[in-house]
Ligand binder design. Structure first.
Ligand code: SF4
Length: 107
């Protein structure tokens, strides 16, 4: 599994720059640059329906990543094979304002 550092601290799953979701989906079907990718699992902390279990879960260093960015060097059959990745999105309010900074195009 991949080590995930995530700067999208406005996401409900972010705990001290780690993700508590267990697995995430990275979007970017036609991405050729990092800016065209995004974390599809991002959920705004200020959205109305946040359950207690979401508030209380812990961040994990390693995470399973289902990735749609097929053009990335690290993508093998929709799984991320990088040992560690960075998701950026410090002031993100939506999924589209996040990105996988580790994306490296095969193109
Ligand atoms: S490094 Fe590449 S394969 Fe891994 S999550 Fe980022 S875009 Fe997807």
């Amino acid at each position: 599994m991949t080590i995930l550092n995530c700067s999208a601290v406005t996401c409900i799953y972010n705990k001290d720059q780690l993700c508590s979701r267990g697995e995430i989906e990275v979007m970017g079907h036609d991405a050729r640059v990092s800016d065209e990718t995004s974390c599809g699992s991002f959920r705004d902390r200020n959205s109305a329906s946040v359950t207690n279990s979401e508030k209380e879960s812990c961040g994990c260093e390693k995470i399973r990543i289902d990735c749609k960015a097929h053009e990335c060097t690290y993508n093998e059959h929709c799984k991320c094979t990088a040992s560690a990745i960075d998701i950026n999105g410090q002031n993100a309010g939506t999924s589209k304002e996040t990105k996988c900074k580790t994306f490296a195009c095969k193109c």
